[in-house]
Design a protein around this ligand. Structure first.
Ligand code: EPS
Length: 390
C-alpha cells in the first residue's frame, strides 16, 4: 500500500511554495545542496522566459530533518517566490488587492486552466485559478523528488531524465550499449537536456523559430531508473499497479498530454513476437536482451530499467495569442503580449524525474517496510539474498 504522501501548496506569485512529504523512514541522509541542485536544474533550459531571471529557487526545511538525516516525521519544505516582492499589491494574503494589476483577468488563454477554472468556481476573474494552476508549483514537487532520489540512491537505484523531442526535432533512441551514467552526463551538459548533440542543436533552432513567430513548443521527455529490484508494485489491484501509478504521477504534471511506458503506443503496431522481451537465465539470474516493457510487466518491476516518457503540449501563454472571449463582456478580444516561457520541456524533464522518483521510492518502501533506513536496508538485502538463491 502507498506509504509516502506528498502535499503541496503555493501560488505562482504568492509568498512561496510548500511541500510536506510524509512517510519517510528515520535516518535517510538528505543534502541541502542536492535539493538546491535539482531546483536549479528545473529553472534552466533553453526557452525559459523572464521569470526565471527573477527567481533563485532554494529550499528551506522547516521540519523532519536534523543534522542532515530524516527524523521519520513529516518533512516540510518551503521555496520562496522572489517575484512576490513585486506582487504584494495583488497577492498579499490579507490586504485587499489594489492598483492596476488588481483588475480582473477576464481574458482566458486557450489551453490554460483559465476558462475551465473560472467556470468551475463561478468567477469572472481568472487570477485565483491561474495562480495555483501555474507550473510554478512543480518547484516543490522537485524538492520532494530530490529527497526521494536520495532514498532510491541509498537503495542502489539511479534515475535521470532527458528530452527526446522538441517540436519536430527528435533525438535518436538511447543506444542499448550506452552507459546510462554517460547518457545522464551528456543530458546534463545540453542546454535542452538532450543526450544527442546534433538533436540538441536542432531543438534549439526549433525553439528560436517558435520564439520569432511568437509561438511556443512542446516535446517529449524520457525518464530512466535503473538498479531497482524486481517485484516493486503489484499485479493484484488497479490502483496498486505500478504502471498506473506512474502514469498518474506524470500526467498530473502541468501541460502533459500523454504518458508511455517502454515501447508505449508502438506496441499497438507490432506483433507480439516483436514486442515481448524474451526471457533467458545465465550466471544465476534472469536477463532480457530487450526492454520493450520499460521495466514493468503486470504492474510490477521486472528488474530491467524503468523507462517512461511523457508528451508535453506547447505552453498556452503565447506572445501572439489565439482567439478567445472576454469572461465579462463575452466579446472576442485582441491579442495581448505576455511574459512567458516559449519552451519549458527541459524543465519538465526534471519535474518528470521527480514525479517518477516519488512513485518508485514509495513502491520500494512498500516492498521493504521499515521505520528506519537501517531496517529498510536490512530488509532490502534479505530480499536480494532470496533473489540470489531463487
Ligand atoms: C507560468 C508562467 C510563467 C512561468 C511559470 C509558469 O510565470 P510568469 O507568469 O510569472 O511569467 O515562468 O513558471 C514558473 C514560474 C516556474 O517556476 O516554472 C504559467 O503560466 O504556468
Amino acid at each position: 500500500m502507498p506509504r509516502l504522501r506528498l502535499l503541496t501548496a503555493g501560488e505562482s506569485h504568492g509568498p512561496g511554495l510548500v511541500a510536506i512529504l510524509e512517510g519517510l523512514p528515520h535516518g535517510l541522509a538528505v543534502e541541502q545542496a542536492a535539493i538546491d541542485l535539482d531546483l536549479k536544474r528545473r529553472q534552466g533550459g533553453y526557452g525559459r522566459g523572464g521569470r526565471m531571471k527573477i527567481e533563485k529557487d532554494q529550499v528551506e526545511v522547516l521540519s523532519g530533518l536534523r543534522g542532515g538525516k530524516t527524523l521519520g516525521s513529516p518533512l516540510a519544505m518551503v521555496v520562496r517566490n522572489l517575484d512576490f516582492a513585486s506582487w504584494t499589491d495583488v497577492m498579499d494574503p490579507f490586504a485587499p488587492p489594489s492598483g492596476e494589476r488588481a483588475k480582473a483577468l477576464t481574458r482566458p488563454r486557450p489551453g490554460h486552466a483559465d476558462l475551465a477554472g473560472a467556470l468551475k468556481l463561478g468567477l469572472h476573474d481568472a487570477r485565483d485559478v491561474l495562480e495555483r494552476s501555474s507550473a510554478r508549483s512543480t518547484t516543490v514537487r522537485v524538492a520532494a523528488g530530490a529527497v526521494c532520489k536520495a532514498l532510491l540512491g541509498a537503495c542502489g537505484a539511479q534515475i535521470f531524465a532527458h528530452v527526446t523531442r522538441i517540436g519536430t526535432a527528435v533525438a535518436p533512441p538511447l543506444s542499448s550499449d550506452l552507459d546510462l551514467r554517460v547518457a545522464r552526463d551528456r543530458a546534463e551538459k545540453s542546454e535542452v537536456r538532450c543526450v544527442d548533440d546534433a538533436a540538441s542543436a536542432q531543438m534549439i533552432e526549433a525553439i528560436k523559430d517558435a520564439q520569432k513567430a511568437g509561438d511556443s513548443l512542446g516535446g517529449v521527455v524520457e525518464v530512466v531508473c535503473w538498479g531497482l529490484v524486481p517485484g516493486l508494485g503489484s499485479h493484484v489491484e488497479w490502483d496498486l499497479r505500478l504502471d498506473g501509478r506512474i502514469a498518474q504521477a506524470l500526467m498530473s504534471i502541468q501541460a502533459m498530454k500523454g504518458v508511455e511506458i517502454g515501447l508505449g503506443f508502438q506496441t499497438a503496431e507490432r506483433r507480439g513476437s516483436e514486442v515481448h522481451d524474451p526471457i533467458f537465465f545465465d550466471e544465476g539470474s534472469f536477463f532480457r536482451p530487450t526492454n520493450h516493457a520499460g521495466g514493468i510487466e503486470g504492474g510490477i518491476t521486472n528488474g530491467e530499467p524503468v523507462v517512461v516518457r511523457a508528451a508535453m503540449k506547447p505552453i498556452p501563454t503565447l506572445a501572439r495569442p489565439l482567439p478567445s472571449v472576454d469572461l465579462a463582456t463575452k466579446e472576442p478580444f485582441d491579442a495581448q503580449k505576455e511574459r512567458t516561457d516559449s519552451c519549458a520541456v527541459p524543465a519538465a524533464a526534471v519535474v518528470a524525474e521527480a514525479a517518477l522518483a516519488f512513485v518508485l521510492a514509495d513502491a520500494l518502501l512498500d516492498k521493504t517496510g521499515g521505520d528506519s533506513m537501517d531496517e529498510v536496508s536490512r530488509n532490502l538485502q534479505a530480499y536480494r539474498d532470496a533473489l540470489a538463491k531463487y
